[in-house]
Design a protein around this ligand. Sequence first.
Ligand code: ASP
Ligand code: MG
Length: 433
Amino acid sequence: MKVLKFGGTSVGSAGNMKRVAEIVQRQPARITVLSAMSGTTDALVKIAAAAAAGDTETVERQLAMLTEKYTACIEGLLVSHREEATERMRTAFDTIRREAAAFEEYRSERIVIAQGELLTSAIFTLYLNECGMKAVCLHSPDFMVTDSEEKVDTERIRRALAGVAADPDTYYVAQGFICTNARGEIDNLGRGGSDYSAALMGAAVDAAEVQIWTDIDGMHNNDPRFVEHTHPIRNMSFDEAAELAYFGAKILHPATIQPCKDHGIPVLLKNTMDPEAPGTTISNRDDDSKSFHAVAAKDGITVIRIHSARMLMAYGFLRKVFEIFEQYRTPIDMITTSEVAVSLTVDNDAHIDDIVRELGALGSIEIERNNSIVCVVGRMEHSDAGLAASVFHSIRNIPIKMISYGASHRSMAMLIETEYKQRTLQSLNDSLF
Ligand code: ASP
Ligand code: MG
């Protein structure tokens, strides 16, 4: 039993959907989890925003674009099921128009956004049927259910998929990303959430493997968009993959790792455009003896520095600081402390003004925006000498604002101004690998 998840580009055209069907048919995959065709969710987000603002022209323009895209896909893919797919498309777009016309904030937006995954999975299932495969499209919101803290009820997935796991003759297809929320409304797991859906389903059925299919050949040792001469990593541990996904490696949604790690289910990152390429295997096994495996960077980081004489020899100071972040549900990424100051970074500055106002009671506050965290991952045993020296030597000309090392054996992170990011990544790539 395997779970295979295909991203938006992998199902982005009739031709690509045919590739996906071949991949699915070649493997004993029983659940295929799909994103919406590429560009769909972006368009649906625009539609929802336009509907909220009463801008019907934009709603219609985006719908016309989607109609063209899905019609081309249906015509390129289906013959005997073409009429059925076209009807399915009309129903989806009628739903969008209806919600746009009587727009209710949040509820309508979620319904609109869900249509991408619903329509893409319906079309793909019809294609498998047309190829003579016995395929059934599951309705993910029936079993992907979140509570008021947005936590997914994993027991419910397990119960719902028990029959699926026991039926090896059927190709099951499900939507990634979408779910039902605590109020019983259709909702989603956040942008890029299909990977997480697949991981949760994989854990629920105790899958032998979860495969995440995208359009690049695995997780690279550095960001190929900014750096020359990167290469895919064959094997990596769950902890490293989690750090890389969190610190900006776009290939995998950061939440994906946990359910698979908990159940010891390997995650394979594969390329739909080159299915024979080995890709990256993420597992508990870690057979690479090199110290440095990869580098990733995350932009849009804001630093908050709190300077306070009250910290001197005091206890309980950090608790007061953390409570303020907790109150505004803002996670802290990096932290460094001295006897009289503490620096913290956040990537979500939605509540920054409130946080800064409350922190003001504890000391003087400075904030700096437009920073990036650069994270080096690998095997960094605390008994090994010279690891930090090699990293810092290679970027000795770059001003570093914060350093985090020693929290795990897996990573070292630096904060720099975003304008130095590309140089930092390239220098690390040239000297560490
Ligand atoms: N279609 C959704 C998005 O674009 C979910 C996903 O692709 O993972 O964010
Ligand atoms: Mg994705």
